[in-house]
Design a protein. Sequence first.
Length: 636
Amino acid sequence: MKKVFSIFTAVLISASAFAQSDPNLGIIPAPVSVTKANGTFILDKTTVLVNQSIDGSKMTDLLNAFIVTKAGFALRETKTPQPNQKAIVLTSVGADQLPAEGYTIKVTPKQIVLTGKGAGLFYAVQSAMQMMPDKVADKITIPAVNINDYPRFSYRGTMLDVGRHFFPVSFIKKYIDQLAYYKINTFHWHLTEDQGWRLEIKKYPKLTQIGSVRNGTIIGNYPGNGNYLTPVKGFYTQDEAKEVVRYAAEKYITVIPEIELPGHASAAIASYPELSCFPDRDTFISDKTPWAGSRKGKQVQQTWGVFDDIFVPSANTFTFLENVLDEVMAIFPSKYIHIGGDEAPKTYWKESAFCQNLMKEKGLKDEHELQSYFIQTIEKYMNSKGRSIIGWDEILEGGLAPNATVMSWRGEDGGIAAAQQKHDVIMTPGSMGLYIDHKQSNSPDEPVTIGGFAPYQKIYAYDPVPKVLTAEERKYIKGVQANLWTEYIKTTAKAENHAFPRLLALAEIAWSPVERKDLKNFSEQRLPVHLARLDKMGINFWVPTPIGQSDKPLTGGDFTIDLKAPVTGAKIYYTIDLARPSESAFLYTAPFKITVPQGEKRVLKTIVIAPSGRRSVTAETVLNNGAPEVKADAKK
Ligand code: ACM
């Protein structure tokens, strides 16, 4: 280990060095095409900013604000540059010929021209910001290039569950900023749950007076080891929700609200028990919990899972839901309203004389058809108001509502079936890594999660268009989404840790053509720069383990350990004496050799510490040179 290390190799690679050698110029998601040209554009104080777009000064202001932070000076804005004046031009001329949300960027030594309109021009500005290297002596040198870019999917979404835990508007806005930066255009806001109703509804004040408060939550993983009795509460006023819609729209993000029905409705039922088949029935708490049994009256649920108490399909319930949805539609102008539809147990409907009579009267052969009747009734109402519904894939059961879009979460089967029935589909299969509440590594250092395994590489590997579909059916796959359920996510920092870098991988599979996917370039060239940016901005993220470290045991006698920091500017510390690495371990500065004697093994343990102090989990690689196997029972 006694080696003089050069501190500047491997670890401290500047953002611009990455950008220069990176075929994607540091842009996430990777553009459709990037063609290098000759020369460079040198941005300095003499450069002017020219607005010839149809979008007012919004985009130039955005770019200029960024240039101030990057260069330390603002560019002078003008409509008409002098001939031969170095300029950044934002224009909509020719934008009508571009695909929806598309843009081009042309960099020559004289000009940078960003072409697009609306979302397209906004995305051109995001890409321009991402490809801009750091300044050197008050100049920013940008390589000449032609970029042509547009999205693979029109729906690029992410869902945030605010029912299990409530997150303030300030956080929602901070989150939306990052979605926009990565060209994600849909924020699916899961507003109602068994554990909390989070949106003010003026006609039904008890929804938030009662439904937005639960009096406790299990501690640790389900079924928990106790029930802490601190209330969890919070809701958005209609004005706050409107402000989120306005803020998102400024960044070309559509907010799709979700109002869950007929299941996951305990909070609504606790507020208005007549929405249940059995208004007088007490709440049943799962017998797996430490406080199992029945509780007097209806409850906002304090534990996780699926609950039998669901909406009764009565005229009163439909009136309630229509009134609620009227207020929802007045807040959210989105074409789509998500109506849930998942995990609705049929137990109460089976036991209810009212439901059984209704089924006879309507000629419905089972409770799945009753669920379909429920969804179709709501769909008809929404369609009559000019809106369309999205539902989780259970809405296929008992017959799909005629115009519904299906969100496929239980694998891809629901999405495949829906596309075959000529229905639009959003792919969000938990089994393919799109459930970003799942854990990001198998390390015991991971925080408490719901389980599962969804490292960002798994999302990156996913193609939302199933191969079994015909060319015609594939057109119904409108996009892809990642879901952040928050049973085990109480804090905004933890929400961010779950979201990043996985949302960056999502952005790439949602936007970039399949043939542009390149995990090595993504992980090793672009991601480190983007994570360093998040680090600097005070946005939490999951710090990846060192690039180049095997997560599988290696066999042999001589090993060269050649690592790279997964976050630009981060440090890697390591041990080979089984100790847990920290700042007091060896600092990795350059590749080194480890020799393991015959019949022995070593364990390389590393930790990455980002400039802010954020840490990775400990990563371990066993280096084995024929060490005898330790039998499981020998450990006892
Ligand atoms: C879901 O995860 N229940 C849609």
